[in-house]
Design a protein around this ligand. Sequence first.
Ligand code: BG6
Length: 481
Amino acid sequence: MIINQSCSMIIFGGTGDLTHRKLIPALYHLMYQEMLPEGFAVISVGRQKKNNEEYREELYQSVLKYSRFPMDKTIWDQLCEKIYYRAFSFDEGDGYESLKADLQQMDQVHHTRGNRLYYLAVSPENFAPIVEKLKEHGVTAKRGCWQRVVIEKPFGQDLASAQQLNNRIGKVFSEQDTYRIDHYLGKEMIQNIMVIRFANTIFEPLWNHQYIDHIQITAAETEGVGSRGGYYEKAGALRDMVQNHLLQLLAITAMEPPGKNEAEAIRDEKVKILKAIHFPKDSIVHQHVALGQYRGYHMEEKVSPQSTTETYVALKLFLDCDRWKGVPFYIRTGKKLQQKTSQVVIQFKQPDKTFYKECESGCNPNLLVIKIQPEEGTLLQFNAKKPGNLQQILPVGMNFCQNCNLENNSPEAYEKLLLDVMDGDASRFTRWDEVENAWRLIDEISSSCEAALVEEYLPGGWGPEGAQQLIERSGHRWWNL
Ligand code: BG6
């Protein structure tokens, strides 16, 4: 099959942070690696008035700042001449009429073949109105070519709003052409979890309740909410990070091997896991959730002085399925913590304690750590004899780091994800039933937690005391590796 990647990319939110920090640098990286299609153009739409030259100069500064490659002026100029800026307000019909004409011109000048990639890098209340306007003005009506929409998070604030949004989008774009982005799915090591599991024989046979004691999934950040207080007040850590990134990580870690390495088969398996996650009802809720807010959050821009929004959440979850019977999945995420790190720790069960007396009170557990960022790699911890005449057993580690060597400059998630959209490969995007089941769970957790205490924690540590208790109560400990 010949994949026709040539397209015009229309970015709504052309002057926004995401466009400057991620999207345009990602396009530059693709151009640098000669991975952009021959026929390609970008039309950025924003409300601010400026001309193409001014806009291109601003983007140049952003690429200088955020690119993972040095600035190569020749390559930048090749990309730059394909980028155009159009100023109109998202509810203004005339703007869409001229966009339609501009796109036809792109087909002539840049050979974009009628294919369109609409990227909604705007605030969520604009998602549905923009898509509806595109249809109303016949922008999406072209036949014999592809029209795909990429939607940033959050996709809704709860199940009901997500359903409404999905219904509105679904009247214009089919599910197949709707790419709900979760940038975690584009991260190298998250893609690697499947390879580690399914391209080796040494892990998958152990990947179940017989051998695995528990699993920990962490996404810790050192930054606070910054200028995003307005959005964050309504979201909190549960909706901002757990509903999407952490549940996706859990699903990929826990899913059954998909029948095929294809988008639908992978997503079918992830949905089964999302449906199997079990959160207990009220009486024992405090044993399964810990919420925290960093000291000083109240002082952040657009944050209410009385806010009880959580900037940290830890959960203990179980899955209703044979493979994971009785295995706790601990997940935690928070802002203003000690270290920026995202990782999955798989802790294996203890060996037979009677064999070595050194292990009578428990040997160090075997761990498989999948390091997602900033370090990318895996660590396998196992026990070995300490050299010498005394019998001593020590934990040793086999460490594989794929980005410690400075030569290895891993691609940014957005590079891979943009190429995927051009290729029509949706495996790294969330299908509607994944979003739906994730929201169902988050709604359940959030209503069970209404009365839960949001404990203050000090910036620079590892979160609230309640999170320690949550894990220690089951005889476990957080691995801050
Ligand atoms: C975003 C959240 O989805 O992910 C942010 O909205 C968070 O609050 C960010 O900071 C973390 O992404 P990364 O790639 O830095 O782990």
